[in-house]
Design a protein around this ligand. Structure first.
Ligand code: NI
Length: 202
């Protein structure tokens, strides 16, 4: 081969190698995949937690029902109470169709949200709302499985009445425990009821 052709050939080989390398990196998941969209299969998973009556429960206990899950904390001044109200109102609007759905509130502040605290709190919302808490490790594991972010809010870490920053996504999991769809904070009760009705009829 003339030297110019050799050079072009070498360049082509280099470019192919670079593209293949990048592709392999991407395929092996070194690039982050979000909780929504094509990475949906990665949301959710096994958990063992304690309900508001002090009973240990696992994700397996909810098989056969849809789970509508929101993560938060009982001291939350605004987002959690308003989202739990929207969830409750949506379920009420669905009538008997709502029986297919188990509403679940999982705390990301287990230090303060004991089963007793959760029991009082969930009773303010839907009568079938289950409140789940656990050890710091239990909560860290379930939050990781659901890609939920939480941390003490900056500037309040050293106070006893600290606040928590947390993700505000509402998850609908199927009767098989697999992710079905999510709702963002701000979805109104009517729209949520309609979307849930469609999801559970499929
Ligand atoms: Ni909150």
């Amino acid at each position: 081969m003339p030297s110019r052709q050799k050079l072009i050939f070498a360049l082509v080989v280099l470019v192919i190698a670079a593209i293949t390398g990048a592709g392999a990196l991407w395929l092996t998941g070194s690039l982050p995949r979000g909780p929504i969209g094509s990475g949906t299969a990665l949301v959710g998973g096994p958990f063992t937690l304690t309900d508001q009556n002090g009973k240990r429960v696992t994700d397996q206990d909810f098989r056969g029902k849809y789970m509508l899950i929101f993560f938060g904390f009982t001291f939350c001044p605004d987002v959690c109470p308003s989202e739990l109200q929207v969830m409750s109102a949506a379920l009420d609007q669905m009538g008997s169709e709502a029986d297919k759905i188990q509403p679940v509130f999982i705390t990301i502040d287990p230090a303060r949200d004991t089963p007793e605290a959760m029991k009082v709190y969930v009773s303010n919302f839907h009568p079938r709302l289950i409140g789940l808490t656990g050890s710091e490790a239990d909560i860290a594991a379930v939050a990781k499985a659901y890609r939920v972010y939480y941390a003490k809010a900056k500037g309040t870490e050293n106070q006893t009445d600290y606040l928590m920053d947390h993700s505000t996504i509402l998850y609908l999991m199927g009767p098989d425990g697999k992710f079905v769809k999510h709702f963002t904070y701000g979805t109104e009760a009517k729209g949520l009821a309609e979307a849930l009705r469609q999801a559970v009829q499929q």
